[in-house]
Design a protein around this ligand. Structure first.
Ligand code: GDG
Length: 749
């Protein structure tokens, strides 16, 4: 297991006390809570700012020792760096722009200089720790330049970058004066992760518009490297929260809350102090509730925790003042001797206290105006071990894409939030149970361990993927050489994909039957006793049989699931369970529901989502989203997700065209092997053949195949030409006989 070097602006601890008695405490905040749970369980070092500006060498040494015991390594920052890099560039420029509040941004060039300098400082500290083979995992918007700085020094390093806050749409991102540098910084990574598919899409779009990058699905081609950008929705340590519910201290807090609130229902709100969290709008909605529904006065209280954060930034100071004012105003208007409408706390609480609140609250009100993910809502769900309580969640939080059983609201619409509170206060226990059960399953399944595992697996996967050399275009001479090779050989194997290779795509799947010209090419090839011709397709076997069953061609259907035997019967070659199909079908159907013109095809051991008939842009957008969604969903299942030509297919890893042709390849007597295909599923076939045969990709030169042709007609022309008996072809053969093979066409015997 390689070492993982986590790098983030802050270490996941706070240093308290004074020299010589410093102590460490876990710190609040999404990143610390999420990764803090797992970093101790892996071979992991964590590099970051320890939260204090220790200038004294003795102090630094003492803190360094304390941290090193926990595999934590400090990067010390000066007060000016904190003010300009962290409070300035990160929180007065990047944070507002990335949270769609660009008017709050202050584009100060000094901030930029400090940002660059601190990223360089992190780079130097990281390189001191780095050993070849380590995996570097950089976190968040404070370190957008770091991946590329490291890449310049260590070109072969494995670097992942995860952004915890949203990535804005291009129209917002382009406002940044340093937009190009920032993108280039991120592109130093091999894998770039975001919480939601929309964030990943915005990033891909910014790269393509500002840097002119090419991207296919989630892979960006930039400066001769591939960078993958995908969604990895972050989870929480749900088991820890569940275990906490029985904790003695938590039970104590619970009893206290029950006594204090004695029948008064609690609406819970927990956030860091931040304008992106929609705290003021939430207070307005609560105010509206008390105005419009006086019957809730003395019956419902808002329990609002605001954790101090960035309070040195002027905007945050102002926000705090406004929250204080509005809370005071509500309390002044409605408080009675036995009831306070808003129980407001401007401080942080121990997790045990939060756990009690999560359990005791009737409603959790999470209404950020923008949030990368939001972990509070997931923590609330995990703590509801009795499957009760209602979550009201903003549609602007990344979590709303997953927790669809919450009451979803627009955080700027105080009337809607107010009505959602009323609905929640009246929600029947059965309905609460149904919604909470679904959400709990989801939170448990996609927990923080799952998040780390799949990010790491994907990082290793994308980093180790060999760079493909562009395939050679087949011209007249190459064609002639191939024919020469063909003529000289004694036993030939010709493997042909069907759709996109021999026939064009049709809107109607069943309209792609072979025309007379194709049938004649196949007949001609089959007529030669030296040839074994096999059609190897993702199509269902019944369809292939209907269209080509009368020809003496070998046939492999559903990427290898079915094979036609010598006696003409079809045989299911791989025996595997396909229970997973029932689990995935609803997901695929939900995409069909949202994408006019798309359809789901259920095969015996695979599922395909076709979007050929969908509006082009929408189809591609949804296909990417689906792939991203499925990749997360099937991470623990032995399934492959394939992006074909206008189709996304999920199938067992046991089945692919490479495996399907193994029995043929094990026959040593073939001295001429030719394979032609057009999409991702054919790549397995090309890889299996390797240098033993001639592989040809139709349509693109980014392939494992050795050669490529532009179009189906070129592939058919080649197949037509191989056995041709025209005078001219024969003359050409004679010439070719005396010319040596160029190296690229020499085949391994
Ligand atoms: C960023 C992104 C993304 C809160 N109060 C106390 C306390 N907390 C803990 C919560 C939760 C965490 O802080 C807050 O996490 P969020 O996700 O809600 O928000 P951010 O801090 O803004 O996090 C966000 C996240 O990164 C992860 O990627 O979800 O979108 O903005 O865990 O429990 N913890 C303790 N006392 C408190 O009073 N102990």
């Amino acid at each position: 297991m390689p070492r993982i070097l986590i790098v983030s602006n802050r270490l996941p601890v706070k240093i308290t006390g004074e020299s010589p008695a410093f102590t460490l405490q876990s710190s609040e905040g999404g990143l610390a809570t999420g990764l803090g749970a797992i970093y101790t369980q892996h071979n992991t070092l964590w590099l970051g700012w320890p939260g204090i500006c220790a200038t004294d060498e003795a102090e630094q040494k003492e803190i360094g020792q304390l941290l090193a015991e926990k595999n934590l390594y400090p990067v010390y920052l000066t007060a000016t760096e904190i003010s300009q890099y962290y409070e300035g560039f990160s929180n007065e420029i990047l944070w507002p722009v990335f949270h769609y509040m660009a008017t709050y941004a202050r584009y100060d060039t000094q901030y930029w200089d400090a940002y660059l300098a601190v990223n360089e400082k992190f780079c130097a500290a990281l390189l001191e720790l780095y050993q070849p083979g380590d995996i570097i995992w950089i976190h968040d918007y404070q370190l957008l330049l770091l991946a590329n700085l490291v890449r310049k020094e260590k070109p072969a390093a494995t670097i992942g970058f995860f952004q915890h806050i949203p990535f804005p749409s291009f129209e917002l991102f382009r406002l940044l004066p340093w937009r190009t540098e920032l993108l280039e910084g991120i592109l130093g990574a091999n894998l770039v992760g975001f919480h939601t598919y929309d964030d990943a899409r915005h990033f891909l779009s910014a790269c393509s518009r500002l840097l002119n990058t090419q991207s296919t699905f989630s892979t960006i081609r930039y400066q001769e490297r591939n960078i993958v950008a995908e969604a990895f929705p972050m989870g929480i340590d749900d088991e820890k929260l569940v275990a906490l519910t029985n904790h003695l201290t938590v039970q104590g807090h619970l009893n206290q809350l029950r006594t204090d609130f004695n029948g008064i229902r609690i609406i819970l709100s927990i956030d860091r102090l931040d304008y992106s969290k929609g705290i003021l709008q939430r207070l307005q909605a609560f105010d509206l509730l008390l105005q419009q529904y006086p019957e809730y006065r003395e019956r419902v209280s808002l329990y609002m925790i605001v954790v101090p954060s960035r309070d040195m930034v002027p905007l945050y100071k102002e926000l705090r003042n406004e929250i204080d004012k509005l809370t005071g105003n509500i309390n002044a208007r409605y408080s009675t001797n036995r009831w306070v409408p808003v129980n407001y706390f401007y401080r942080s609480f121990p997790l045990e206290h939060l756990s009690a609140l999560y359990q005791q609250a009737d409603i959790c009100l999470v209404t950020p105006v923008r949030d990368g993910m939001n972990l509070v809502c997931k923590e609330f769900v995990a703590s509801r071990v009795n499957h009760d309580g209602v979550l009201i969640l903003s549609e602007m939080a990344g979590a709303s894409k997953e927790l669809v059983d919450a009451l979803i609201v627009n955080p700027n619409n105080s009337r809607e939030i107010c009505e959602a509170m009323v609905t929640a206060l009246h929600m029947a226990p059965e309905e609460q149970y149904r919604r909470m059960k679904q959400m709990r399953e989801l939170v448990a399944r996609y927990n923080v361990h799952h998040w780390v595992d799949i990010f790491m697996k994907r990082l290793v996967d994308v980093t180790n993927k060999p760079e493909q050399r562009p395939a050679r275009q087949i011209g007249v001479f190459t064609q002639a050489y191939i024919r020469n090779r063909y003529i000289k050989s004694k036993k030939r194997l010709i493997l042909l994909d069907y759709d996109g290779t021999l026939v064009r795509f049709y809107s109607n799947l069943m309209a792609a039957f072979p025309d007379a010209s194709l049938l004649s090419i196949l007949e001609e090839l089959c007529a030669d006793k030296k040839n074994t011709v096999a059609i190897i397709s993702g199509r269902q076997h019944s369809t292939l049989e209907k269209w080509l069953g009368h020809l003496p061609v070998h046939m492999i259907a559903e990427h290898g699931m079915w094979q036609k035997k010598e006696n003409g019967d079809w045989e299911e070659t791989v025996k595997i369970e396909s229970d997973w199909k029932q689990e995935l079908l609803p997901i695929l159907h939900s995409y069909t529901g949202r994408t006019n013109g798309s359809l789901v095809e259920e095969k015996s051991h695979s599922l395909a989502w076709h979007y050929r008939n969908a509006e082009k842009e929408l189809g591609e957008y949804r296909a990417n989203e689906l792939i991203s969604h499925l990749r997360y969903f099937v991470a623990d299942m032995p399934l492959n997700i394939l992006a074909g030509n206008k189709v996304v297919e999920v199938k067992s890893t046991e089945v692919n065209k490479g495996k399907a042709i193994e029995p043929y390849l094990s026959n040593e007597s073939y001295d001429f092997i030719l394979a032609i295909g057009d999409d991702a599923t054919d790549e397995d076939m090309f890889k299996a053949i390797g240098k033993r045969g001639i592989s040809i990709k139709v349509g693109t030169n980014r392939t494992a195949a050795g050669f490529c042709v532009d179009a189906i007609d070129d592939a058919k022309a080649l197949l037509n030409f191989l056995p041709a008996r025209f005078i001219l072809t024969r003359m050409l053969d004679t010439v070719m006989k005396y010319l040596p093979y160029p190296s690229f066409i020499k085949l391994k015997r």
